[in-house]
Design a protein around this ligand. Structure first.
Ligand code: AMP
Length: 582
């Protein structure tokens, strides 16, 4: 049974499996090794994923969802027409598509997967990813950190020596840096740092801003301020896609041109844009963001107890590391050349497949590696302190320090602070070792976990032991025990922002299934409807009205996903067309 390795990226996704003891990429139905993470529900209810959806983005911007990974772990919703989707549901659609593509490629059913996430993903973001897997019908065997996956792929290829490596991962939406110790048997992450909101899409956005400035200078009007709202949305989509093309071109060329014919109509005049930007102008635009990544690199190296000179190999992964300035800055920092024998788009999926095979113990013994990862955050709770005789709340009390090897557990005992206090609220926060106070944005529980049933007693007399467990998937569990009674409360952190209950997951699964059924019906019926519209062009007016009505009835049945009714109405339409043609 194959455990699929899935790199579920912000802009691109990829999958791999193990063939004869070696990881191999899986191509999708279009023969591509990576699939753009773009989802579309077109006007006829068809679901489209990947390059086709990306190519149609500028004509159907309101039907298209991009970069959903940025929203994982939030309760933001995405609307397409009248349908509302959670980020987990959109991700589930990608996973369902990838699962199907892998099944077609391998000729077997796939039910399990290792899915990668940025090392710096929070507990809520990881849970949302796992839920997306559930909705898509995949048991998620492991949530694996992306740089760790790349290190696994690299380690399998370079078993020869002991090394310290850094994995610098700059993808479409996220940045991670991991410092990893490799030897022939172990892959040990020493430290991870990163930013979940920094990646290639931010460079695209800066290029869009640059273009808008050029435009405003030339035409004295803001590029996205005139025309109907739908036109502005389409214009923005076209400019955004072109910005990505320009950015990519600048990785190999010294200058590139935004080529946007008939982008807009202004003052009754059609406008075609044609602006050229040089690589050095682009570098000036993105340099501050890239310098920010180096600060994370410094932090991770420091946390690992190393100096830049202790690093033997530099591994660059994620599409955005193709930008020459990225390579230059990292290579200057470490005074060595980055490894070129690793594919930045594929290493993560390959590593995920290896991890899956290790779990199943289906790899040759010499390829089996022990993988030790770390918790990228410092985890703790909020407490009250007496300062100068006054009670002050909101102090961050650390239970698990960042970069602790996984799995890790820690406990502390806390006292009641009031007479006859029968409950204690546990807030769970993720921050940094340097944080002294909790803040709302560090909180990872939507509401505190309440420990009740504490016997009435004098302040300070009752004690509650709080334990935090952080597992290999990066998921947190909390346990609280009232010491005087032995009463224990266990709590997997699922009541968080954007989380779904078991019932909601089940409903989402059915909905997803239903959406793909409808999509299949819509796609199967496309040829018939196209034919009907063709016949209609040469039909008598009365016949045209009849054809329109029959098409409408068929479309309605598709919307209802009523297979029997669709078949019936398809036949009725075909009979009508035959009669008309006769
Ligand atoms: P990933 O999530 O690893 O697939 O990375 C995707 C990001 O890499 C997107 O923002 C792409 O636009 C960007 N990217 C891909 N190829 C290049 C390239 N040749 N030069 C610059 N950025 C690139």
């Amino acid at each position: 049974m194959t455990i699929l390795g899935i790199d579920l990226g912000t802009t691109n996704s990829a999958m791999a499996y193990i063939k004869n003891g070696q990881p191999e990429m899986i191509v999708n139905s279009r023969g591509e090794r990576t699939t753009p993470s773009v989802f579309q529900k077109n006007l006829s209810g068809e679901l489209v994923v990947g390059s086709v959806a990306k190519n149609q983005y500028s004509s159907l911007p309101e039907q298209t969802v991009l970069e959903i990974k940025r929203k994982m772990g939030t309760d933001d919703k995405v609307m397409i027409g009248d349908s509302s989707f959670t980020p987990q549901q959109i991700s589930a659609h990608f996973l369902k598509y990838l699962k199907q593509a892998a099944e077609d490629f391998l000729g077997e059913k796939i039910t399990e997967a290792v899915i990668t996430v940025p090392a710096y993903f929070s507990d809520a973001q990881r849970k949302a990813t796992k839920i997306a897997g559930d909705i898509a019908g995949l048991k998620v065997e492991r949530i694996l950190n992306e740089p760790t996956a790349a290190a696994i792929a690299y380690g399998l290829d370079h078993p020869e020596s002991e090394k310290n490596i850094i994995v610098y991962d700059l993808g479409g939406g996220t940045f991670d840096i991991s410092v990893v110790r490799l030897d022939s048997q172990r892959i040990e992450v020493k430290a991870s740092a990163g930013n979940n909101h920094l990646g290639g899409m931010d460079f695209d956005r800066l290029l869009v801003d640059w273009l808008a400035e050029q435009f405003a200078e030339q035409y004295e009007v803001a590029l996205f301020s005139f025309g109907e709202e739908s036109e502005i949305t389409q214009r923005h989509a076209r400019v955004k896609l072109e910005a990505e093309n320009v950015k990519k071109a600048l990785s190999s060329e010294q200058e590139a041109t935004f080529n946007l014919p008939f982008l807009a109509v202004y003052d009754g005049q059609p406008l075609s844009l044609d602006y050229t930007i040089t690589r050095s102008e682009f570098e000036d635009i993105v340099r501050p963001l890239l310098m920010a990544t180096l600060e994370h690199v410094d932090k991770a190296i420091r946390d690992a107890g190393l100096r830049p000179m202790d690093i033997d190999d530099i591994i660059l992964i994620g599409g955005a590391t193709r930008i020459p300035l990225v390579q230059q800055l990292v290579e200057e920092k470490f005074e060595r050349v980055a490894k070129k024998d690793i594919n930045p788009d594929e290493a993560v999926a390959l590593g995920a497949a290896i991890q899956g095979a290790m779990k199943e113990q289906s790899l040759p013994e010499e390829s089996s590696l022990m993988v030790i990862d770390v918790c990228p955050y410092t985890l703790g709770t909020d407490i009250l302190r007496i300062v100068d005789g006054k009670r002050e709340s909101g102090y961050f009390d650390i239970l698990i320090h960042r970069n602790a090897p996984l799995p890790v557990s820690a406990k502390k005992i806390y006292n009641t602070v009031n007479d006859n206090q029968t409950t204690i609220d546990i807030g769970v926060y993720q921050g940094d070792d340097e944080d002294t106070h909790v803040r709302d944005d560090l909180r990872i529980t939507a509401t505190p976990i309440i420990v009740d049933g504490i016997p009435e007693n004098k302040a300070g007399k009752e004690k509650v032991e709080i334990a935090f467990h952080y597992d290999v998937n990066g998921l947190i569990q909390i346990e609280a025990t009232v010491l005087s009674t032995g009463r224990t409360i266990s709590h997997v952190l699922d009541a968080q922002r954007g989380m779904m209950s078991a019932r909601q997951v089940k409903e989402a699964k059915l909905e997803l299934f239903d959406d793909w059924e409808k999509s299949k019906l819509a796609s199967d019926m496309k040829a018939v409807i196209r034919r009907a519209k063709k016949v209609r062009r040469n039909a008598e007016p009365q016949q045209a009205v009849q054809i329109d009505a029959a098409i409408q009835r068929l479309e309605h049945a598709i919307q209802e996903a009523d297979i029997e009714l669709v078949k019936e109405r398809e036949e009725a339409l075909l009979d009508m067309l035959m009669d008309i043609i006769d």
